[in-house]
Design a protein around this ligand. Sequence first.
Ligand code: SF4
Length: 428
Amino acid sequence: MKERIIESAVCPFCACLCDDVVISVDPASNEIKEIRNACAVGTQKFLSTRHADRVQKPRINGKETDYEAAIQKAVEILRTAKKPLIYGLGNSGYDAQRVALEIAKHKRGVYDTSESICHNLLYSELRKGKYPFYYALLDEIRDNANVTIYWGANPIVSHPRHLSRYSVYPLGRYALKGVMDRELITIDVVDSELKKISRWFLRLNPGDDAKLAEIMTRLVNGDTSVLREDDEMDMDTIVKLTDRLKKAFYGVIFVGLGALSSEAATKNVEAIFALVDALNKTGVRYVLFPMKGHFNVMGAVQLLLRETGYPFGLDFSRDRMFEPGKTTVLDVLEEVDAALIVGADPYSSFPKAKAKELCDMPVISIDPFETPTTFNSSVVFPAAITGVEAEGIAYRMDGLPLKLDKILDCEYPSDKQILERIYRALVL
Ligand code: SF4
């Protein structure tokens, strides 16, 4: 049989959703023979179908079973639950996210994604309405930006092709010489791989992000009195850097979890919003762009915004269904009495005390891979890997929808199919 070539496959690892991956498949062996254009982590995702950590069979309380029995058990758990939590879904297609949302609505449960942990402060700042949100699609940024700032982010590790596709290296309409026309600035509390390639690398003490942004905002606004007030920071460099920012043709601040989820994150977010606002008021276009992690966390945000007007953390048992701090996942764990976890590992990613709360309730997991969460679940469903063994729709980190292909055949149903079976049995 002739090899099958998939042109322009979309990589389902990170929210860059690189859509230029070329894959050749041997139909006889149902194996990928060659992958071009993906980075190392993306390549590993495509090759993970035979990973030793695949969930092999459905399980109930640790014992292998079949899908039918596991569906019945999952439905029994959800039916008995007064308020279940439906969580994860950042690694699922949009249609799977939609079915999971229907389950949450039907059960008047809580629906949340990692967005409520990673980016909730950003939304809180937006809701205050103090500063406009200067935002742009990645294509516009690639075409225009000649000053690129990564603040508390290291895309070389988290989004390896971000620099080559959207920010630093590509040619743009107004960056005809690519990297030669752009300047890379990194601000972080740790040294990272970006240090070697950044024109400016500003290493801060932990907790100093807001202070730096405030000083720069004052300098942008022409307030030089700040230079006499602070003798701890490298003012000479900050003055030069601010000057560079002001002279940009178009600038972008890609802000990562280093600034958004540290202890001082509330102050950081407000101060960085203020800086972007001040720069725009001087007449230079600057945008603020949060770096999203999981490949389709943005799909879940889009879905919830369309259906409810809110981006994450919804408790359908309450009249006021969206109240960060009350309806978001880390705040409801004492109230919920069962959990349906899809493609996520809260046992590893939640703070320890919060993860422990999951031990007190039945947990249903749908995941292609074994994780501490699947090992601690009452019911486990192996699922196809979306974007490799199942098709789907995902939203890039800037909200652009892209179609994920089914590259290989697979013995497992997709998470969407499993969720649909659960939902159908639940509403009968
Ligand atoms: S940058 Fe992200 S989406 Fe692109 S190939 Fe690498 S892992 Fe995949």
